[in-house]
Design a protein around this ligand. Structure first.
Ligand SMILES: Cc1cc2nc3c(=O)[nH]c(=O)nc-3n(C[C@H](O)[C@H](O)[C@H](O)COP(=O)(O)OP(=O)(O)OC[C@H]3O[C@@H](n4cnc5c(N)ncnc54)[C@H](O)[C@@H]3O)c2cc1C
Length: 404
């Protein structure tokens, strides 16, 4: 006998878990399941990120990212307080290392103010040293509301709460097929068949594929970009007090290599951004022919690659050259040397790219029939997960109610 649900959420990352929590908070009687293909929650982007609670500085005012990051950051801090999850509002500095970056720094200040980020302050070189004694720059922006947390821990607590609320968390339950039937969907998973009235696709690196399983042809494809980290050797961790970021390149959706304290007392340096040769390709040698072929033959990727080939080549060079990585960090932190860097982990970002080759910047959520698809949820989606969940729960239920 197939299990029958009101809603099946595909994906046990922080966005799927946040969405399930919001759905249950709105309608406690819902019969809900989460189908996760891995053996645990948070096994992909959520468990391989920088652990930053972003403040909402970078995003275009009025965008979903701007709205949901500021609100989501507040909710994330409240969630950590309520459930005794370690976090720290350590603050961050965004450092302009040359005068050519000053206009972009001023634009960040304007955006942050427009987005309601509290306490922003422009710093001169001496004021920067008071906050981060080893950082160097011509000017900086201090963002005191930025924090750090372990999103794997947050996700585990979310999963536990959901189980207590009667949600079925199905692990090793990859969704491999979805068939539309009168009044319901038949969902084939690694743990058997589920029947559901509605489905919410939060499958991260595979969200475009899950949408296609349902006959939806999204205008975007996920292209995986690996981000590699180093750790600062423990005896050099005192070089960094909080978070030190460069001024990002507005043409790219990534923030540039930065230095991040973690709640576990270490300092991470990174991540860079290289094309991953597999959607779940966490090492340089990870390779999956079908994933790579899907990327290479995608017209959007080809257009993007023609535009950014120089940046791409440099990122590859820096991926193989620890010296080049150290040189990037030295712009922010002159005292750092190659010997201070020890190997760290890596994460893979699910970046949606349009068929015209544009890197989708904002969160993208599409509602179609009985399903809603989260087709782009890059950084700061971990920070914003509780607010994204609330947004999806509201829009998905309203769209579904109108259509049925
Ligand atoms: C290197 C890096 C650094 C980052 N730093 C930050 C940061 O500091 N702060 C921040 O806010 N954000 C950061 N992010 C972004 C953040 O991690 C992601 O935006 C967020 O985790 C996305 O969550 P998700 O649930 O959408 O995706 P995921 O965590 O990837 O979860 C998707 C889940 O879906 C499952 N799944 C996929 N296909 C199927 C299927 N067919 N059936 C069933 N299950 C399936 C996967 O197994 C996975 O568990 C970073 C990301 C990366 C990669």
């Amino acid at each position: 006998m197939a299990q029958v649900y009101d809603i099946v959420v595909v994906g046990g990352g922080i966005v799927g878990l946040g969405t399930a929590l919001a759905l249950k908070a709105r309608e406690p009687q819902l019969r809900l399941a989460i189908a996760e293909k891995g053996a645990r929650v948070a096994g992909h982007q959520t468990g391989h990120n920088s652990g930053v609670i972003h403040s909402g500085l970078y995003y275009k005012p009025g965008s979903l990212k701007a709205q949901l990051c500021v609100e989501g950051g507040r909710r994330m801090v409240a969630f950590c307080q309520e459930h005794a999850i370690p976090y720290r509002l350590c603050g961050k500095v965004v450092v302009a290392t040359e005068t050519a970056e000053l206009d972009r720094l001023a634009e960040l200040h304007r955006r942050g103010t427009a987005n309601g980020v509290p306490g922003l302050r422009r710093l001169g070189p001496d004021e920067l040293k008071e906050i981060e004694p080893h950082a160097a720059g011509v000017a900086a922006l201090h963002v005191p509301s930025t924090g750090i947390v372990d999103y794997t821990r947050v996700s585990e607590v979310m999963a536990e709460l959901l189980k207590q609320q009667g949600v079925d968390l199905l692990l090793n339950a990859e969704v491999t097929g979805v068939r539309e039937e009168p009044g319901q969907l038949q969902v084939t998973t690694g743990q058997g068949t589920l029947l559901t009235r509605q489905l919410i696709n939060c499958a991260g690196l595979h969200s475009d594929r899950v949408a296609r399983l349902m006959g939806v042809e999204p205008d975007v494809q996920i292209v995986p970009f690996r981000g590699e980290y180093y750790f600062l050797r423990p005896e050099r961790a005192n070089l960094v007090r909080g978070l030190i970021y460069p001024v990002p390149d507005p043409a790219l959706p990534f923030l540039g290599v930065h230095l991040t304290s973690t709640v576990h007392g270490r300092v991470e340096a990174g991540p860079n951004a290289v094309l991953a040769l597999a959607r779940e390709g966490y090492t340089r040698t990870s390779f999956k022919g079908s994933d790579l072929w899907e990327t290479l033959r995608f017209s959007g990727f080809q257009t993007m690659a023609r535009r950014f080939w120089r940046t791409g080549c440099y990122e590859y060079y820096r991926s193989f050259s620890k010296r080049a990585f150290a040189r990037s960090l030295q712009k922010l932190l002159p005292a750092i040397t190659v010997d201070d860097l020890a190997p760290g982990g890596a994460g893979v970002r699910a970046q949606a790219i349009t068929s015209q080759g544009a890197l989708v910047d904002d969160f993208r959520i599409v509602h179609a029939g009985r399903a809603s698809h989260v087709l782009n949820a890059p950084s700061p989606a971990a920070t914003a997960s509780l607010a994204i969940g609330e947004h999806i729960a509201q829009t998905a239920r309203e769209t579904f109610a109108r259509a049925n």
